[in-house]
Design a protein around this ligand. Sequence first.
Ligand code: PRT
Ligand code: ZN
Length: 296
Amino acid sequence: MSEEKRLKIAIQKSGRLADMSLQLLEKCGIFLTKSRDQLLCRAQNFPLDILLVRDDDIPAFLATDVCQLGILGQNVLLEKQAISNGIFSSLEQLLPIGQGKCRLSIAVPHDFIYESIASLNGKVIATSYKGLLGQYLATHKIKADIVTMEGAVEVAPRTHLADVICDLVSTGSTLISNGLVEKDVILESQAVLVMNQISDPEIAAIADKITSRIKAVLRAENSRYIMLNSPTKSLEAIKAVLPGSKSPTVMPLQGCDDMVAVHAVCEEGVFWDTMEDLKDCGANSILVVPIEKMLD
Ligand code: PRT
Ligand code: ZN
């Protein structure tokens, strides 16, 4: 009997994307058997193995077909593509996950006079992203020296290792506590699902299935189900206010000839402002509920 074919997906073992990646797979109905301390977890109910590794290693695992899918920051993927001569070019970003958002930015000390990117000419820039930074400087025709650091990039100006830095920023508090000011954003990044070309049709079918489950989970997470009662005459105004909803269901309300019930899936955020706008249009009994699963 031939062995069942299984797809391998690599996710970060520990760090900012680790819990999110595992939870995403669990929300796709995938349950793991082995403990997270191991390198490889096996899904019980899906032909999927999960490799728990450092995020920086995921592009190489993909490129060498050790795994076929991976979840990692765009910043890591694009940097690997920038510094290598084509070995990562077949890796494709399938979808943004909407988590791990950050930006790769140039930041300078308070007393550094930064008028434009040209102020970097002749300066020393510390970074862990020499590929992306190098491309950015070349595009803007800036000649600067790049000092590569693996971590603690933010201390480089204070220790006179560099004049300015290029590093990931999310809240900005690391920059502030190191007396640095963000000036230029080189890249807006977030976690992405990445795939390498798959030649085996059975593995490709598993990849399609997991990808469409991830898409469905992300779509459901970003969507809300709205229920409200509307005066019949206000229906068009109310439909115009419903965010990201294509064709709401409209039903009669028993005993109220001039009112209807409206149910809609809204694929955009439903904020208090939206609810207040709906109320101003004449809606009442407005209910907004989360959606657990969604498949077209
Ligand atoms: O061990 P392993 O190599 O797997 O992990 P790692 O230490 O390389 O990565 P990790 O877990 O720190 O980050 C994983 C991914 O999270 C990154 O590749 C980014 O895609 C994303 N991400 C999102 C961030 C940040 N936000 C972030 N703020 N990665 C790093 N930072 C660092 C940044 O380098 C700086 O030191 O946080 C500091 C700045 O944060 P703020 O909030 O003070 O601005
Ligand atoms: Zn890393």
